[in-house]
Design a protein around this ligand. Structure first.
Ligand code: DLL
Length: 442
């Protein structure tokens, strides 16, 4: 880990790697990539087997574009190697383990050496700083602690930045509100839907969410839209920025958004090499600006080097702005496995969020129900959405109609809209479930 720093562009001192040129960054990527593929091949049987089967050898990686010759890694690979088969170091060198919840199958297990943990903390610190957080600030960390990477990952990063961390974790919303009022934090770290839950609960208690000490929010772990950003910023009088990451690649802090531009997260390319592929034909590597599935290769990880990991997250790569050498990722429209296919039309919950939040009568609290009514072959989508507290029941019918029409125009799907009472839908405690698939299992 380099301690070298450069002169600040704002009131913050940045890591040297944040401001290097693209050429210098790519040279660094190539050296680190060559090391990583050789390291993975030598130490992890799965990589040796996969490279051999694909007829590639680490020495074939002479330039960055050669990465495309190497096989992908998937969640399924991690599951098959459960629990520790992907680890590239002996267990006594693994300082920490995290795991995914495993709700959709066997848990995926990831490990970190002491150096991995230090790099991770450095990148989360970098992300938080980019989003406006500064040393000495009080940071209320409402990401869940435990095997999920959100809580401890964000915690270590805030500590590394020199903040005072309040490790409240997710849930116990009443208590969160008390501590926000009593401890007066400057920044909050949470999923966007959980921050919404907190703000909503404040209003119920007669507290104006815009009146708290909070100035910054660093939000991630689930898809969210510009409309949701606007909603939260206005309601809470804060600046809200994105933070992205996934356990298999590290955890939060793979990419982070700059508060001065708020134009998408910069991928920290000194540690991760991103690619975009065609989700339906993975042999096709797409160019910058083209939408597809995000793929990552780690460049510095020791315990769990990851080669061409298919994230299933759909986005595109954009040129760097606030950190010019590091490309940005567009907002994640959704995950390829969260896509609803309704009568041939592809649909993501984020599209509904975007449309619904432009209709003043409707709140950001919604869920999507998929059913197949008795005796029918067609699937039915029902958007259940709460009206805003201030809106009279009479205005609800026309708002429902507008939402239905807008979905038809912008997404192409016919659906039913059911506007429900404020507070009647389930609130988020972390990652919110938006889709309720009640169709009979095939
Ligand atoms: O959610 C890591 C994280 C924690 C990121 C806290 C940011 C803040 P996983 O549980 O492995 O890790 O889930 C990773 O969550 O593949 C995306 O689908 C989604 N995701 C994460 N960040 C964002 C984001 C953590 N900023 C999966 N926007 C990823 C949209 C996100 N989706």
């Amino acid at each position: 880990m380099t301690q070298e720093t450069v002169a600040p562009t704002s009131d913050a001192v940045l890591d040297r790697e944040e401001m290097i040129s693209r050429d210098e960054l790519e040279a660094l990527q190539l050296t680190r990539l060559q090391h990583t593929v050789a390291y993975a091949y030598d130490r992890v049987p799965l990589y040796k087997r996969k490279f051999d089967e694909a007829g590639v050898h680490p020495t074939d990686l002479r330039e960055l574009s050669d990465l495309g010759k190497f096989p992908f890694t998937t969640k399924e690979d991690l599951r098959l190697e459960y629990p520790f088969g992907m680890f590239a170091v002996p267990q006594h060198e693994v300082a920490r383990i995290h795991a995914s919840s495993g709700t959709t199958g066997r848990a995926t297990v990831v490990g970190y050496t002491k150096k991995d943990l230090a790099d991770w903390a450095k990148l989360v610190a970098r992300s938080l700083r980019a989003s406006g957080v500064r040393p000495g600030m009080k940071v209320h960390n409402a990401y869940g602690y435990g095997l999920f990477t959100g809580g401890m990952g964000a915690h270590a990063g805030a500590e590394a930045l020199g903040c005072t961390v309040i490790p409240i974790s997710g849930g116990q919303t009443e208590r969160q509100i008390t501590l926000i009022q009593d401890f007066k934090p400057d920044a909050i770290l949470a999923t966007p839907t959980y921050l919404l839950t907190i703000a909503d609960a404040m209003m119920k208690q007669g507290i104006d969410p815009a009146s708290t000490s909070l100035k910054f929010a660093v939000l991630g772990a689930e898809p969210w839209t510009e409309e949701m950003r606007h909603e939260l910023e206005v309601m809470m009088n804060i600046k809200a920025c994105d933070i992205y990451g996934l356990s298999e690649v590290m955890g939060p802090g793979v990419a982070g958004e700059a508060v001065e531009t708020q134009d998408g997260s910069h991928i920290w390319e000194d540690h991760f090499r991103p690619e975009i592929i065609d989700a339906f034909d993975p042999t096709v590597v797409l160019g910058d600006g083209e939408p597809g599935e995000l793929v990552f290769t780690s460049l510095t990880k020791e315990a769990l080097p990851i080669i061409r990991y298919r994230t299933k997250d759909l986005t595109r790569l954009l040129p760097g702005t606030a950190r010019p050498a590091h490309r940005r990722m567009g907002r994640i429209t959704g995950r390829s496995d969260d896509m609803i296919i309704l009568r041939g039309v592809n649909l993501f919950p984020s599209q509904i969020e975007e449309i619904a939040l432009r209709i003043p009568e409707l709140s950001p609290h919604f869920q999507l129900e998929l059913t197949r009514p008795e005796g029918q072959r067609m699937d039915q989508l029902t958007v259940k959405i709460e009206r805003r507290e201030s809106v009279t029941v009479e205005r609800v019918a026309s708002a429902a109609k507008v939402l239905q029409q807008q979905i038809k125009i912008h997404v192409g799907s016919s659906c039913t809209v059911d506007v429900v009472e404020p507070g009647s839908l389930e609130r988020s405690n972390g990652k919110l479930r938006r889709i309720y698939d009640m169709r009979p299992k095939a």
